[in-house]
Design a protein around this ligand. Sequence first.
Ligand SMILES: [Zn+2]
Length: 320
Amino acid sequence: MSLRDLPKLELHLHLEGAAPPSLIRGMAKEKSVDISRVFCEDGSYDFRDFVHFLSVYEAATSVLKSPEDYARLMTAVLEESASHGVIYTEFFVSPDFCGGSDVTAWREYLHAMEEAATRAEAQLGIASRGIVTCIRHFGPDKAKPTALCAAETAGGWITGFGMGGDESVGHQGDYAYSFDMAREAGLRLTTHAGEWGGPTSVREALDDLKVERLGHGVQVIQDLALVDRLIEEDIVLGVYPKWDRHPIQALRERGVKVTVSTDDPPFFHTTMTREYEQLARVFGWRASDFHEISQTALDAAFCDADTKARLADKLKDHPQ
Ligand SMILES: [Zn+2]
């Protein structure tokens, strides 16, 4: 079994966070912007801790300035994902970085991204959708115009709304207004919770934002009543398994629905193939385990029934 060839679905990928360093370096050179400080000697992204990661991330993405830049980024990321057997990707996309959450500017960026995504689907067979994402550490007031961008462009490629950024800032509920606006526009909801924040952050996400999927969520393992609630309410976790003693297996064995993603792959020196290799090595996962998490991801995907049926056929086609 080639883990690279297994068909994969990825539900937790930040578009800018997936930017290949070579693309960002090339764009910086074209624009004569000096961002050499964000790279290590080996050419990869360089950061010390989560807060530094956010600042390197923002510096790296500062070279992405136009709809055309985002089209190039989308193409490069989808090519990379397709080369690892990914058949469906949900991107976190941020109007804050695409025209400062101005609806007219956002429409132009989105149009360029969507064109690139459509082209990649036709050429490489990789489908995708976008989840408009507000940035938690920018504060609740900044989230409102972002939610408006989401509501105004809901339907079609944009199918979800979510929140990323620094989990230590404020509370999930501070952003309820924006999540309500997105829900009323028909968008499906997710947020980052329980990665750095503990079980409280997960409980707040469920109670105050009423999300149906959680990015990370692994800290719930500290609170078994909360684990049971995730099972009861059919909440799906999009997990990036960073450590050998990662709770992904314990959560899965207990009955929580988990899916595997790479989050910001070049920043964490990973790919979907590498995550699969780790899961096979550390937990002994086999093709049937990977098939099960793909099925979970398919069920939890924020896309329409026709797309799901096509993806289901691709999963079925692959020998176990
Ligand atoms: Zn994330």
